[in-house]
Design a protein around this ligand. Structure first.
Ligand code: SF4
Length: 355
């Protein structure tokens, strides 16, 4: 594709718009505290602002600074994150806090290159922290910003190819203003999160309307171009919700893979495996409605079964049941709700066992 000249008025136009129409009421906007900016940037990845607000406040209340977060137990961090999804972010958040405390004396490095070396901080997130907190002139390029820039510039190259993505980074860098980098960076984010939406962008209200190539072509939704589609897989498992009195048997998932480090119900390859396991158990088992859960790479069909052991269970019987289960522990159901649970499991507990 022939390169078009870059619109030199893009940055000043965006800065002027951000000062008036930007999302100034968001609690992290305008902050120059790397801890707060970093926390908001990580939480906002693949997550809507409305979902993040409550989590952001609760995190800051419990962990007011990076030292408090570093000193916490991972279970507590995952519990506070529970429901926000993409749990690798929470584990990296915790690890990153520990690295900042152990290797940087509790202060975030003051440059984007050093920030991008920290766990869970990619190039765009590092640039955002550096721009907001240290006025560093560096470009961000998250999903929303890719959309704004490819549309405004009419960049229809396939971003699935590394060379095209690199070229877009170069364009993003060439567009940086000489000053007001924080307002410019925030303006790109605000525009991508509001008017320049994936579907039906509000071009008539957009500050970039007069220079936007995609708008002039009448096809803003044709950008950005990315041909390689994620191949989604399918999985199905049976889940055992085992109750005894007020307690449920929970298993902590391994530190890698799906729901890593979270507490969940024991998982079986099939319903048959589960029922075979429970064949000689006392009490009553009842299948529950199937749950469909979408993860980044696959759709997961979960078939929970609720098994209620009798209150009067002997120690020997209880031991027999536990011996056949993946290693875990009994947890009071009330207490389970304050632990790091995957969203589908939390919803099951909140709805309560079948009657
Ligand atoms: S004019 Fe439309 S497509 Fe172009 S940047 Fe603005 S909202 Fe996006």
């Amino acid at each position: 594709m022939t390169a078009r000249p870059l619109p030199l008025n893009l940055a000043p136009t965006l800065i002027a718009w951000q000062r008036v129409h930007g999302r100034h009421s968001l609690p992290w906007v305008g902050s120059r505290d790397p801890y707060r900016v970093w926390l908001s940037e990580i939480m906002l990845q693949q997550t809507q602002v409305s979902a993040v607000l409550g989590y952001y406040e609760r995190f800051l209340e419990r962990f007011p600074d990076v030292a408090a977060l570093a000193a916490a137990h991972q279970d507590e961090v995952l519990a506070l994150w529970s429901g926000l999804g993409y749990y690798s972010r929470a584990r990296n958040l915790h690890r990153c806090a520990q690295v900042v405390v152990d290797q940087h004396g509790g202060r975030f490095p003051g440059h984007s290159v050093a920030l991008a070396d920290l766990p869970g901080i990619g190039r765009s997130t590092a640039a955002a922290i550096a721009a907001f907190c240290f006025d560093e002139r560096c470009a961000i390029l998250d999903g929303n910003v890719k959309r704004v820039l490819t549309r405004a510039l009419g960049n229809g190259d396939d971003l699935a190819e590394g060379r095209h993505e690199r070229a877009l980074w170069q364009q993003a860098e060439a567009l940086l203003p000489a000053q007001d980098i924080a307002a410019y960076t925030q303006g790109l984010m605000d525009l991508g999160a509001s008017l320049c939406s994936t579907r039906r962008p509000a071009c008539d209200a957009c500050p970039l309307a007069s220079l936007c190539v995609a708008r002039a072509e009448g096809q803003p939704e044709a950008y950005p171009v990315k041909t390689r589609k994620l191949k989604r897989g399918q999985r199905a498992h049976a889940l055992l919700w085992l109750d005894h009195k007020d307690s449920v048997w929970l298993v902590q998932r391994p530190q890698t893979g799906v729901w890593a480090g979270l507490w969940a119900l024991p998982e079986f390859e099939s319903d048959r495996d589960l029922w075979d396991q429970a064949r000689d158990w006392p009490g009553v088992g009842r299948p529950m409605p199937t749950v469909q859960h979408a993860l980044t790479h696959f759709d997961w069909t979960l078939r929970p079964c609720h098994w209620l052991l009798p209150d009067s269970l002997s120690t020997a019987h209880r031991q027999q049941v536990e011996n056949g289960l993946p290693s875990g522990r009994w947890v009071m159901r009330e207490q389970a709700l304050s632990m790091g649970l995957p969203t589908p499991i939390r919803r099951l507990f909140e709805a309560g066992p079948p009657r």
